[in-house]
Design a protein around this ligand. Structure first.
Ligand SMILES: *Cc1c(COP(=O)(O)O)cnc(C)c1O
Length: 342
């Protein structure tokens, strides 16, 4: 059966021929010995992009977040984050397993919260309470519908945390999407945070790769934790070469994904029976409710050559990426219209 559009995730992206060429041509060394030239170049480039002293290349976004958490907490500390954040929902409870921390969850629309709720969540100094030591923010927010944080709000929540001595980590798996949507520089977002993680393996189209950036001392700790977690790689310049290629060639096209997501969202809003999620569609992710069971709906979509994930009893998610073009969206809209009627 032909698949006309695969909207399950932006993690499905396959490397282009040009990216594969960049991987083949990457200069290689041994990153465990510290002389992998392409990894060193990528780490330097990303540290500069984020305005940080250093960066550490890791296999996955989960390892990037969890190494950053481990590097900035002690066992028994408490992390403050939104209840829909990836670090809490989708990383196997690693904050507890790897860092021995508890977690305090905040509410708010679209995966966002305000300074008041951060202040209310910070434990005051008393031997009874866990030590609040790290605030984690996600931008763009995956579960919240690809929402983009405003700089004002980022500044105010991180200011609130810092006033009480907390460190701040940005889960920037899709920070490139946030930058493409807002026009804000990576370094401006990163300026509010001690550490930033970012993925190359989603919208940027790489097969593998994530990174953590921060001050030299913290990244030194991240580097040790990467080893502890078994994430140290050797001729990883082949992967870093793909990431360098993606930074140069695939960032500018993210705006196309956002435009297609909006076109799909507008169409869904006009299809009787389908209900677009509450968050504004600002980037490449959208959620909508279907009549009846979401698993059955996505099975019928699949039979018509359109792939999406069901993520709740009635809720379906669609994610735009370089794997879906304008024709794919046209076809998706036709199929959705048919299915909603039948
Ligand atoms: C995908 C994702 C991650 C984790 O990345 P993996 O490479 O899948 O481990 C972390 N945070 C967010 C917001 C994500 O969407």
């Amino acid at each position: 059966m032909t698949i006309h559009a695969d909207l399950r995730s932006d993690t499905i992206t396959l490397p282009s021929d040009a990216m594969k060429q960049a991987m083949i041509e990457a200069e290689l060394g041994d990153d465990v010995l510290g002389d992998e030239p392409t990894v060193l170049k990528l780490q330097d480039t990303v540290a500069t992009l984020f305005g940080k002293e250093a960066a550490c290349f890791v296999p996955s976004g989960t390892m990037a977040n969890q190494a950053a958490i481990r590097a900035q907490t002690q066992p028994g500390d408490e992390i403050i984050t939104h209840r829909d954040n990836h670090i809490y929902l989708y990383e196997s409870g690693a904050w507890a397993a790897i860092s021995g921390c508890s977690i305090r969850l905040l509410d708010g629309d679209g995966g966002q919260f305000d300074a008041q709720s951060v202040l209310a969540a910070i434990q005051h100094e008393d031997a009874h309470y866990p030590n609040s030591s790290l605030l984690v923010v996600e931008n763009t927010h995956n579960r919240g519908g690809g929402t983009v944080w405003s700089m004002d709000r980022l500044q105010s929540v991180t200011d609130a945390a810092r006033q009480h001595g907390l460190r701040c980590h940005l889960d920037g798996a899709r920070i490139w999407n946030a930058c493409a949507a807002s026009g804000i520089e990576p370094s401006t977002y990163a300026g509010c945070f001690d550490t930033v993680s970012a993925c190359f393996s989603k919208g940027l189209g790489c097969p593998v790769g994530s990174i953590v950036a921060g001050d030299a001392e913290t990244i030194h700790r991240v580097h040790r934790i990467r080893k502890l977690l078994g994430g140290t790689m050797r001729q990883s310049g082949m992967l870093a070469g793909a990431c360098m290629h993606a930074l140069e060639h695939n960032r500018n096209r993210l705006a196309d994904d956002h435009q297609r997501a909006r076109r799909l969202a507008d169409a869904i809003a006009g299809i009787p029976g389908l209900e677009l999620g509450p968050s504004p569609v600002e980037t490449n992710i959208l959620y909508f409710d279907v009549p009846g069971n979401a698993d059955e709906f996505t099975a019928r979509l699949e039979a018509a050559g359109i792939r999406m994930f069901s993520v709740g009893p009635r809720t379906v998610r669609a994610v735009l990426s370089l794997m879906v073009d304008d024709e794919g969206i046209d076809r998706t809209i036709e199929v959705l219209t048919d299915l909603a009627e039948s």
